[in-house]
Design a protein. Structure first.
Ligand code: ADP
Ligand code: MG
Length: 214
């Protein structure tokens, strides 16, 4: 299927469009074209499924940069990822779209000095990208406050379940604001993802991209 949507059609800010041009992305992938407008123009929860390599990070990262308030120093979005490599990669990818915006994105993962993470968290961060274990460490130490988040993003949700992080995810959810929206991104949609969504999301829009729609 040919993709005739352009990044300009999706409702992103000019600053974000400029950052996309700098990054060298020419046109949105299908999952980006379908997810970005829903993120920007509704407050629906979303389950987005598209195979690995289809640009799911930018599908949530680009609109997220337009949705957070850089003036407020409180954490507004938590992106949960299954591994430290992904925490670094996803935070770097979102950071690469930041352009001139004063949004701070911080990766939080085990194995890195907790003091260094504390210093960065204290500086005022809008988007935290973290692995479940270390996020819980910070919640227990009260060095991370998720009570004001507007967006919870479960990235690579199938991997997170495969790695047995369900209890950690539930624990983290208890520390979050009930009014937030939840966005779940996954390469596959096994029954346990549907169960997770039914248990923790009060209704959602399902955006699923078939293989041939790449
Ligand atoms: P997924 O999470 O779906 O597996 P990623 O978000 O990791 O995929 O993206 C895979 C690669 O594609 C990354 O290198 C990313 O920078 C690149 N990419 C994402 N969107 C686009 C686009 N619209 N045009 C070109 N490259 C893109
Ligand atoms: Mg991904």
């Amino acid at each position: 299927m040919s993709n005739i949507t352009t990044f300009q059609d999706l409702g992103l800010s000019q600053e974000t469009l400029d950052a996309i041009v700098k990054k060298g992305f020419e046109e949105p992938t299908t999952i980006q074209a379908r997810t970005i407008p829903v993120m920007l123009h509704s407050d629906a929860n979303i389950i987005a499924q598209a195979q690995t390599g289809t640009g799911k990070t930018a599908a949530f990262g680009l609109p997220l940069l337009d949705l957070v308030d850089p003036v407020s120093r409180t954490v507004q979005a938590l992106v949960l990822v299954p591994t430290r490599e992904l925490a670094i990669q996803v935070s770097e990818e979102i950071n690469s779209f930041r352009g001139s915006k004063k949004v701070r994105i911080v990766p939080i993962y085990g194995g890195q000095s907790i003091d260094q993470q504390l210093r960065r968290l204290k500086q005022g961060v809008q988007i935290v990208v973290g692995t479940p274990g270390r996020i819980i460490d910070h919640l227990n130490r009260k060095t991370l406050n998720l009570t004001a988040i507007s967006h919870l993003i479960l990235d690579e949700a199938d991997e997170m379940l495969n790695m047995g992080f369900i209890d950690e995810m539930e624990e983290i959810l208890k520390h979050t604001n009930p009014d937030k929206r939840t966005l779940l991104f996954s390469a596959t949609m096994p029954d346990k993802i549907k169960k997770l969504a039914n248990d923790y999301m009060e209704g959602y829009e399902l955006i699923a991209v078939e293989k041939e729609q790449l």
